[in-house]
Design a protein around this ligand. Sequence first.
Ligand SMILES: Nc1ncnc2c1ncn2[C@@H]1O[C@H](COP(=O)(O)OP(=O)(O)O)[C@@H](O)[C@H]1O
Ligand SMILES: [Mg+2]
Length: 243
Amino acid sequence: MSTPMSTPAPLLSLRGVHAHYGKSHILHGIDLSIGRGEVVSLLGRNGAGRSTTMKSIMGLVDVTGGSIAIEGRDITNKRPFEIARAGLGFVPEEREVFANLTVDENLRMGEQPKRGDAPFWSVDQMFDYFPRLKERRGTKAGNLSGGEQQMLTMCRSLLGNPKIMLIDEPTEGLAPKIVEVIADVIRDIHKRGVSVVLVEQKLTIALKVSTRVSVMGHGRIVFEGPPAQLHERQDVVQEWLAV
Ligand SMILES: Nc1ncnc2c1ncn2[C@@H]1O[C@H](COP(=O)(O)OP(=O)(O)O)[C@@H](O)[C@H]1O
Ligand SMILES: [Mg+2]
């Protein structure tokens, strides 16, 4: 299949993606397209399939139908490290740090050489974003607070110099002050040219940082549009988002 030079393939595209856990059919044909410079929020109630969508992209859940591509190159069901190498960073819901290593050691393990045209990130930049991590650089990651572990997980992913970051509920359970810090960092990495797919339960944050939102319900995309358009569609908000 060839793509004309005049219409570059989107950075990330999902076409009719299906996924199962055992016999449970979870994703029912997800279409999603993320361009350069976009922040797309995946919204929905718990169980809608947002995390499963991210895991399908990352090769952590089997895709049982449809396809996923980065810049037009197929990555469907490739191994997670190959997908990461293609330019995808993932910050899972479960904060992933090496508990027995210090903050510094965790960061050093995440460092990667510069990748093509993707922005480059250094450990010093991480300390600029999160001075708290600098203060705690000698502390074992297992002894950090939940918020600090979330920051560290984001940093480790950024240090891989991704083209796209998938960030799953980064502010879940965090104090309002830390939520603001994380929202600012997401805005800044976007400004520097990394596209972002965000799962965020706090609608105010999601609408503030996103260029586009996709609402999911029962494993399907039920609305897609700019944040302002969702604001006008209170029917969608009531049916698929209100708790
Ligand atoms: N490991 C798993 N095994 C079986 N079912 C799962 C598993 N993870 C999630 N599910 C189910 O898949 C559906 C979608 O879950 P998920 O993608 O985590 O939703 P969300 O992230 O939107 O809250 C839910 O019904 C959930 O119970
Ligand atoms: Mg989830």
